[in-house]
Design a protein around this ligand. Structure first.
Ligand code: RFL
Length: 407
């Protein structure tokens, strides 16, 4: 088929086996897996390399995901620098309740800031495995996804010219605000959404953590959380009205509210510091089903968003990327398309399980502040059950660690 004749752009197209849109954890992991197998690919990213290497986001990575990275030669720096975490602490009713899931299960999380992971993945993809990436591109468009030779065009930042690349497959890894999700064939894909009606003020403080583990403050005035990121930087969250303006939260108000919701008898006072990030997140989820449309395969936040309530988004992005990378390699090197055919269903089992856990956890975090004495009562019962019922504790630990065998 003459792509140039069909294509709205006139410049001669180049060919790549796979075009990956988006250089986040999902796209870079797919790219690294393809390069390790010698598959020719191109990563397109709207931001600069420096920007994506500094963009603060997640930090909690599940053990199976780290092992998945390690198996693919992508966890060397992570395993040297990341902190294993084995406990979290719930604070409610004026008391602290430590939940030692490490003791209970032998499992743990790793805490490794997302910018460090992205830095490692870009270095490995570009500098070690010789992958091609174009940063700072504009106007990415996809064509011919239902045929056997799709194409992708983008505006090159150096020349201002629209470039065209034909390919065998497109990996849509461009996150929640990307363009690939909108390119699915209408009517073939369903998007299921959920809105929590809750906002979180997401904060990064230039200060050491106030406790050695994740803190969940379930307070009648609203949820507050603390997540250690590094010895110098700590993430905090404060429940706030959705759509709230971060300007409503000056330094003094933030720390007063964090103290009110997190400080309890017997706990060290919070370690305060300058706030280097302050943004309001409206808590919502979505799932695109199936995650495939013709030759376009969606992965990570492009396919599904899970609110940061349960710290699952990066983990799901890696899970998708492992499955997609391996399936593309199998298809493009040996001809086995089974992995691609089963890709969406295999991803969605974990996606829906994590979405359900996020909903369950949301009630645990926010139920006491709902202004409804009945919900406050049932939420406190749910919280106490974690510390009185070994069965409930085991179920929570399994979901929190993402260790269920059924995936
Ligand atoms: P990303 O990381 O958003 O990367 C997508 C990339 O695509 C680029 N892009 C485009 N490129 C080309 N053309 C376009 N048209 C494009 N549009 C966008 C973007 O610039 C970007 O570089 O998606 P990916 O790879 O799917 O990874 C998802 C994770 O980043 C996300 O799920 C997590 O950060 C969510 N999350 C957390 N997940 C965890 O597992 N554990 C956590 O502790 C955790 N904490 C968080 C979080 C997300 C947060 N925010 C900001 C919503 C904490 C926060 C505050």
């Amino acid at each position: 088929m003459n792509q140039r004749a069909d294509h709205p752009d006139s410049r001669a197209p180049r060919h790549r086996s796979v075009v990956i849109v988006g250089a986040g954890p999902a796209g870079l992991t797919v790219g690294n897996i393809l390069r390790a197998a010698g598959v020719d690919c191109l990563v397109l990213e709207t931001e600069t390399r420096g920007f994506i290497e500094r963009r603060p986001r997640a930090g909690v990575i599940e053990e199976w995901a780290v092992r998945g990275l390690e198996r693919r030669g992508l966890a060397r720096d992570l395993l040297e620098r990341a902190e294993p975490h084995t406990a979290c602490e719930f604070r409610f009713d004026g008391e602290r309740h430590r939940f030692s899931y490490g003791e209970l299960t032998g499992g743990h999380h790793w805490v490794y800031p997302q910018p460090l992971l992205v830095t490692d993945l870009v270095r490995e993809y570009v500098d070690v495995r010789g992958g091609t990436a174009r940063f700072g591109v504009r106007g990415v468009r996809l064509y011919g996804l239902d045929g056997d030779r799709p194409s992708v065009s983008y505006v090159c930042p150096d020349t201002g010219q629209r470039e065209v690349v034909t390919c065998d497959y497109v990996a849509g890894c461009d996150g929640a605000r990307g363009v690939t999700r909108a390119c699915v064939t209408p009517g073939r894909v369903r998007v299921a959404r959920h809105d929590y009606g809750i906002g979180w003020l997401a904060l990064l403080a230039e200060a050491p953590p106030s406790a050695d583990c994740v803190l969940f403050g379930c307070h009648p005035d609203g949820f507050a959380g603390q997540m250690p990121r590094s010895p110098e930087v700590t993430r905090y969250y404060l429940q706030c009205p959705p759509g709230d303006d971060p300007a409503n939260w000056p330094h003094e108000r933030v720390w007063a509210e964090l103290r009110r919701r997190l400080e309890v008898a017997g706990a060290a006072p919070l370690t305060e510091g300058p706030l280097i990030e302050k943004r309001v997140l409206d808590m919502h989820d979505y799932v695109t089903e199936p995650m495939v449309s013709g030759r376009l395969f969606l992965a990570g936040d492009a396919a599904h968003l899970v609110a940061p309530i349960a710290a699952k988004g990066l983990n799901l992005a890696l899970h998708d990327a492992f499955l997609l990378g391996d399936a593309l390699v199998a298809r493009l090197t040996g001809g086995d398309g089974g992995g691609l055919a089963g890709y969406s269903a295999a991803c969605l089992r974990r996606v829906w399980d994590y979405q359900e856990f996020s909903q369950w956890l949301s009630e645990l975090y926010h139920g006491t502040a709902a202004g409804d004495p009945f919900r406050a009562g049932t939420t406190l019962a749910r919280l106490r059950r974690l510390f009185t019922s070994p069965t409930a504790a085991a179920a929570f630990a399994e979901q929190y660690l993402g260790t269920a065998a059924r995936y």
